[in-house]
Design a protein around this ligand. Structure first.
Ligand code: CMP
Length: 142
């Protein structure tokens, strides 16, 4: 499998619980390289734009409120098969249904406040990475 990139967001609930370092360490232990990393407090406009695909969902307002509540930590992760491997490490969307040892089982609160986001495909990863990072931020080490 080729080297691939995916976008990760450590969400407000996990940052508030001071679990940023624990989550980044778990990712490195699982073979992901942190190709870019940024801590930021999302504006309503940024959160609404990022989650635009969900704007007709009943939970959209709640999702935007949550994602703008306090800072997030956004990362570009790189390794072979990064999209699928990261989704396995995150666990199911609902922490109650996530496997033991996954990030959402360890640090998630509920289906809305589930500690982390990850891209669902390589195509969406490219779009999501471009939403938050300039090309020079994720350029390979020379
Ligand atoms: P994420 O992977 O960031 O993508 C969309 C998010 O919507 C998802 O994680 C959840 O946090 C959130 N979400 C999905 N289903 C629900 C739900 N039923 N209620 C509230 N939030 C939800």
């Amino acid at each position: 499998m080729a080297v691939e990139r995916t976008l990760s967001i450590i969400k407000p609930d996990a940052v508030e619980k001071n679990k940023t370092g624990a989550i980044l360490a778990l990712l490195e232990e699982n073979g992901f390289v942190l190709r870019a990393l940024r801590r930021t407090h999302l504006s309503r406009r940024e959160a609404e734009g990022f989650y635009a695909v969900h704007k007709e969902r009943p939970f959209f307002g709640e999702l935007v409120e949550f994602m703008t509540r306090s800072p997030v930590v956004i990362a570009v992760l790189e390794r072979d098969d990064a999209v699928a491997k990261y989704r396995a490490v995150m666990g199911a969307t609902d922490p109650a249904k996530a496997d033991a040892g996954t990030i959402r089982k360890l640090y998630g609160t509920n289906v809305g406040e589930n500690a982390v986001h990850g891209s669902d495909s390589a195509d969406n990863a490219r779009i999501e990475i471009g939403y938050f990072f300039a090309a020079s931020d994720v350029a390979p080490v020379a």
